[in-house]
Every structure is written in structure tokens, then in C-alpha cells.
Design a protein around this ligand. Structure first.
Ligand code: FE2
Ligand code: FE2
Length: 287
């Protein structure tokens, strides 16, 4: 282990654990056979989260005519993916909202990029050749680049050199440059954080292999390809995290796992743009 890699691990161990409600929500929603009642009871047991969800569902972005005061009804309107977003933003907002100086990224970029990737991954899932769970793909998208919030501090003043190395083809991808400089990349950093948070599979694997989906455990590969493609779409749609945007390789073997036509892609781009705006607006109303 290089010095930096050891320092990164040390830092991860100091990061506070997710709230019990956020942990349970990720745990329950990643199980194929869960029902909505389980989700509702997790929210109900967290007064702060209940208040947030009610505020968001009653925000202008949802455009409902009458006020919703019961959490079970609210959950019906928001859907599980919105709940996961709200809970994760509450539990790990400090990481998501950090200014990514090491990537020349702005405050809020990491949240926006992860959210758009999550929405894209979920929309790609129906095109997966073998069935993949859409809500799990959403969660994995929402977490895929979380490692950057930790690695960013170690990468200050490196982006110009990395871009040059990429242009001169000395490295092929931004995460390879991270490994060369620090001995660890943002995928592995995010994976270690997922382990620290005790997140259930397939979340840690999706984070770890999102730039290298062919290396993911076979049973999770379709899901990881959905996140991989969602990440690419989100960057193509203009949502990145700074200097590294679009400086990654698309794995062309995605066609073995996902069947997407150009028309499908165009539709997905439009739909995720709309969903993203609604979600951002509803959550901003809350701040
Ligand atoms: Fe990434
Ligand atoms: Fe990404």
C-alpha cells in the first residue's frame, strides 16, 4: 500500500456512518422481494426524514393540488428512488456537496452528476438483456463517484498534468492517472467507503467496477454495465465533476449486456433531463 492509499483508508475510517434510516433504506430497497410498507416504516421511524419527505412532496415541483400530510401517501407520490435520494442527501450531504478542487469541480457537481447517472442507469435497465433491478441501479448510480469527494483533496493541482498525459496518450483514462499518482483511484476509494458503511452487495461492486464493468462479478455485470453507461450518458448530457469529465473509456462490450438503439438513447437523454430538473427543484425548495 502506498502512503497515500493508506492515508485515504485512514480518512475513510473517520467518516461518520450513515444514519440508521439511510442504511436501512439502502438495505431494504436492494432486496428484490421487499414491499413498500417496509420502506414506509423506515421513513416513519425517522422524524427528520418524514418532515423532509412531506416538505418535498408538497413543494411546487410536484404541483399537487392539496397538501399531503400522511407519509404513506407521500411515498406513493415520490417513489422509492426519490426517497433514496432524499435520505442519502441528508446522510452524506457533506460529501456530495463538497467542492471538488482536485478535479477543478464546483460545489454541487458531485451530487448533480451522481443523480443524473442514477436516473440514466434506471432508464437503461429495461434494455438490459438479463433482468436488472431498476431501483438498485439507481442507488448504485447515486453512489458511483462518491470516492471523488475523498480523493479530491489528494489530487489538488494535478488535473493539468493528467489532461496532458491523457492527450499524449501516456494514460488511457482518468482513473488510471489517479492510480499512477496516488496508488488508488476513485472507484477503489468509493468501494472502501461502501465497505465502511456496510452497504450490501451489489452496491460496493458497482462502485468498484463502474469504469471497468467487465471485471465485475458475473452476477452483477448487467447492473454494472447499466451504471457504466448511465455515467457516460450523464457526462454526455453535460453533467460532470470537472476536469475528468468525458476522460474515461466506454467499454464497447456493453452490447453483450444492454440492447440500446440510438433512438432509445435520445429518448433517455430527454426523459432524464426532465426528471433531473424536477428532482433538483423539489429538493432545492427544501433548502
Ligand atoms: Fe467514476
Ligand atoms: Fe461518474
Amino acid at each position: 500500500m502506498t502512503n497515500t492509499s493508506a492515508e485515504v483508508s485512514k480518512l475513510i475510517n473517520q467518516i461518520k456512518l450513515l444514519s440508521p434510516s439511510a442504511s436501512s433504506l439502502l438495505e431494504v430497497t436492494s432486496r428484490e422481494d421487499h414491499d413498500l410498507d417496509e420502506v414506509v416504516s423506515i421513513i416513519k421511524n425517522d422524524a427528520n426524514l418524514t418532515a423532509k419527505v412531506l416538505k418535498i412532496v408538497n413543494s411546487a415541483a410536484y404541483g399537487l393540488r392539496s397538501e399531503i400530510t400522511a407519509i404513506d401517501r407521500a411515498v406513493g407520490f415520490t417513489g422509492e428512488t426519490s426517497l433514496i435520494s432524499i435520505a442519502m442527501n441528508e446522510a452524506a450531504g457533506m460529501l456530495y456537496q463538497k467542492e471538488l478542487t482536485g478535479y477543478e469541480g464546483q460545489k454541487g457537481d458531485l451530487w448533480a452528476h451522481n443523480l443524473l447517472t442514477a436516473l440514466a442507469a434506471k432508464k437503461i435497465v429495461p434494455h438490459a438483456i438479463k433482468p436488472v433491478n431498476g431501483d438498485v441501479a439507481f442507488t448504485c448510480g447515486l453512489l458511483h463517484d462518491i470516492g471523488k469527494s475523498i480523493l479530491s483533496d489528494f489530487l489538488e493541482n494535478t488535473s493539468a498534468k493528467v489532461i496532458q498525459a491523457l492527450d499524449e496518450k501516456k494514460v488511457t483514462s482518468y482513473e488510471n492517472a489517479e492510480s499512477t499518482i496516488l496508488g488508488i483511484d476513485h472507484c477503489e476509494t468509493g468501494f472502501k467507503l461502501a465497505e465502511h458503511w456496510n452497504l450490501p452487495e451489489p452496491i460496493p461492486s458497482a462502485i468498484r467496477y463502474h469504469h471497468n464493468p467487465s471485471a465485475a462479478p458475473k452476477e452483477h455485470r448487467g447492473l454494472v454495465y447499466a451504471v457504466h453507461l448511465g455515467d457516460m450518458l450523464s457526462m454526455l448530457a453535460g453533467s460532470g465533476t470537472g476536469a475528468d469529465t468525458l476522460r474515461y473509456q466506454l467499454d464497447p462490450n456493453y452490447t453483450d449486456y444492454i440492447d440500446l438503439s440510438e433512438d432509445d438513447l435520445a429518448i433517455i437523454m430527454v426523459v432524464i433531463g426532465d426528471e433531473f430538473t424536477k428532482m433538483q427543484e423539489s429538493m432545492q425548495d427544501d433548502q
